[in-house]
Ligand binder design. Structure first.
Ligand code: RM4
Ligand code: NI
Length: 295
């Protein structure tokens, strides 16, 4: 049986969904899976990284995410040093961050960890010296904050982690390698849902953006995002509508129309299905400005 590392054994602070380790050097460690995700930055040296049934050479400057359910191990290590940031993406609510509009974010955090083991996708992020130095600074600040635990350390640690995620996602998008183009196209389709949810978007449009056949696109999307593309689009629309109900005074009909719904009855039915309450009830429970106005 392969060892599965548990969150409670590796996260020092149960109130923080983050933990950073600098492995310098990375010691021998058996093949394992985790009940959390890992963001790995190779700081020095080389190794062969086994993930499930595939092997990848890794070297200084490589950055990748290992999602919990995959098994991995470093072998044939030559002076390997790495920063390992363990995180709980659910607790961090990462799927709500506005970086979702950037294809590189999806490529690095959602697509690559799942598609890595398929021959077709050889994508990876590699940082040159300058960005690697910047990342090093953030990592050391993060380490200091989580070790010293001065008042405000949680917020600082979260802020530094967020900076790191945005910086790395931008690097992924800004300087794509030949191998990462396929993943970025897929990331583009996912980001398209985030930015064009108000428009009419079809499965064919999205598959075209990813340059995949509609069947292949649907399968891969589901594998990586946990639900079919059109269901995901619906959830994004409902989430955006919920935000507007909470933060604005616009009418329900107006909100429905600006979130890509063509009529407000249909919107209300869908909203109830996802949120377990009507738009009106949701507004009066959460509204920050007005007083639960419906239509
Ligand atoms: C190990 C190695 C593993 C990581 C654990 C927490 O030294 O880096 O990948 O899962 O630490
Ligand atoms: Ni690990």
């Amino acid at each position: 049986m392969i060892k599965k590392l548990r969150k409670r054994d590796y996260f020092d602070d149960p109130t923080l969904p983050l933990q950073i380790y600098i492995r310098d050097p990375q010691p021998e460690f058996p093949l394992h899976a985790h009940g959390f995700d890992e963001l790995v930055i190779i700081l020095r040296g080389t190794a062969v990284h086994t993930v499930d049934d595939r092997q990848f050479p890794v070297k200084s400057g490589d950055v990748f995410v290992i999602s919990g359910k995959h098994e991995h191990q470093y072998q044939d290590m030559h002076g390997l040093a790495l920063a390992n940031i363990l995180f709980d993406s659910l607790a961090l609510q990462m799927n709500q961050w506005d970086i979702r509009a950037l294809p590189g974010f999806h490529a690095l955090f959602a697509l690559e960890p799942v598609l890595r083991t398929q021959q077709k996708f050889n994508s990876r992020l590699h940082l040159s010296e300058r960005p690697l130095n910047h990342v090093n600074e953030i990592i050391h600040d993060l380490l200091r904050e989580t070790q010293m635990r001065n008042p405000g350390y949680r917020l600082m640690a979260l802020g530094l982690f967020m900076q790191l995620v945005v910086f790395l996602s931008r690097c992924y998008s800004d300087r794509p390698s030949e191998e990462s183009l396929d993943l970025l196209r897929l990331g583009d389709a996912i980001a398209c849902i985030e930015t064009r949810f108000a428009e009419k978007i079809t499965l064919t449009d999205l598959a075209k953006k990813a340059r995949l056949s509609s069947r292949h696109f649907q399968r891969i999307f589901r594998e990586c995002m946990g639900r079919p593309p059109i269901d995901h689009l619906m959830c994004v629309r409902i989430q955006k509508a919920a935000e507007m109900l909470k933060h604005s005074d616009r009418t329900v009909t107006d909100i429905a129309l600006s979130c890509g719904f063509s009529d407000s009855n249909y919107f209300s039915r869908q909203f109830r299905q996802v949120m377990n309450q009507s738009p009106g009830q949701y507004r009066s429970d959460t509204h920050l400005i007005g007083h639960g106005r419906t239509d």
